[in-house]
Design a protein around this ligand. Structure first.
Ligand code: 13P
Ligand code: SF4
Length: 321
């Protein structure tokens, strides 16, 4: 019965997207049925950088975002004249929650000579305080460039990604103390055990994971970089340390390969997320139908914040190395 309702909704959504000149922009971590719908309707399934680019360049009047709050806000900052609908308005991110704008301003005020680089997983208000916004797929390139210009850096909010970028670039970076509750739970000891069990498997790790987990990786990268690696590497087995939502695309691109979720704890351990972002999981097909049928959930950002946040966000999109 649930399947019948869902397939009815999917046909309705396809019609509504066309009628309303709307396009669906989804992150790799949302449920497979949403990813499939985005692909089938000329939308996109992508990492946070490509989601922002796609929305800014697409001619549709309405951008429907399936993902978390900062992704919908980035779409609005870049496309103020478009209507941006976030299907799950309560879906945020532990990095965004852990970087309060007033505390961040106080932090930055202590280091006035430093360039402020913030991860895309932050509120529009925090972006408005930054010199640069970066996503995990472009962070090393941008920080490497700043380092070559002898710039010292304030990095926020993810301490693990910040630590990884610092190590890769040798940049002088002061790190905010934030973490992703999903990636922080991957465990190096358990991962070692799994590697022993599957010695031929390549290990793919998102850099929001702890340092000892990153050190066990064959490839470290953003969601799209991990997806590319799963296609290009000749291994037939992969251990994947990021939200399990990405396995849909990995399996679709390489049906003959085997993908194994990286462990988040030992035997009998409890975890808060178990490699599943609780906020990404708030997105559903029903909500896409609801927003298109009139519920809206429109993203609104004040002009003052939007215009200030646009500067570092646009810098990221224009950055070429
Ligand atoms: P990507 O930029 O790699 O898509 O990552 C976004 C994110 O929230 C990872 O947890
Ligand atoms: Fe935020 Fe982590 Fe969820 Fe990504 S997986 S949206 S960083 S809480």
């Amino acid at each position: 019965m649930k399947d019948l309702i869902n397939s009815y909704k999917i046909e309705e959504i396809k019609t509504l997207l066309k009628e309303k000149d709307a396009v669906l922009i989804a992150h790799y971590y949302v449920a497979a049925d949403i990813q499939k719908l985005a692909e089938e309707t000329g939308g996109i399934v992508a990492d946070s950088l490509e989601m922002a680019r796609f929305g800014a360049n697409h001619p549709a009047k309405i951008l429907v975002v399936a993902g978390v709050k900062f992704m919908a806000e980035s779409a609005k900052i870049l496309s103020p004249d478009k209507t941006v609908l976030h299907i799950a308005p309560d879906a945020t991110c532990s990095l965004d929650i852990g970087c309060d704008v007033d505390e961040f301003k106080e932090f930055c005020a202590k280091y006035p000579d430093r360039e402020v680089v913030v991860y895309a997983n932050t509120s529009a208000a925090v972006k408005a305080c930054a010199d640069w916004v970066v996503t995990s797929s472009i962070a090393i390139d941008v920080v490497d460039y700043l380092e070559s210009e002898n710039r010292k850096i304030i990095w926020a909010p993810d301490k693990y990604l910040g630590g990884y970028v610092k190590k890769k670039t040798n940049a002088d970076m002061i790190l905010w103390d934030g973490a992703c509750i999903v990636h922080e739970e991957f465990k190096a000891n358990e991962l070692k055990r799994l590697k022993d069990e599957f010695p031929d498997a390549a290990v793919l790790v998102h850099p929001e994971s702890p340092k000892d987990v990153v050190e066990l990786a064959d490839v470290v990268g953003s969601t799209s970089q991990l997806l590319n690696a799963s296609q290009k590497l000749l291994n037939t087995k992969f251990i994947v340390a990021t939200d399990q939502g990405i396995l849909y695309k990995m399996q679709q691109a390489s049906p003959h390969k085997t993908f194994i979720e990286a462990p988040t704890g030992g035997n009998g351990a409890t975890c808060r997320s178990c490699a599943r972002c609780p906020w990404m999981a708030m997105n559903s097909v029903t909500q896409i139908y609801d927003v298109l049928a009139g519920k809206m959930n429109e993203v609104i950002i004040s002009d003052d914040i939007r215009l200030r946040a646009l500067v570092p966000l646009q810098k990221m999109l224009d950055f070429k190395r």
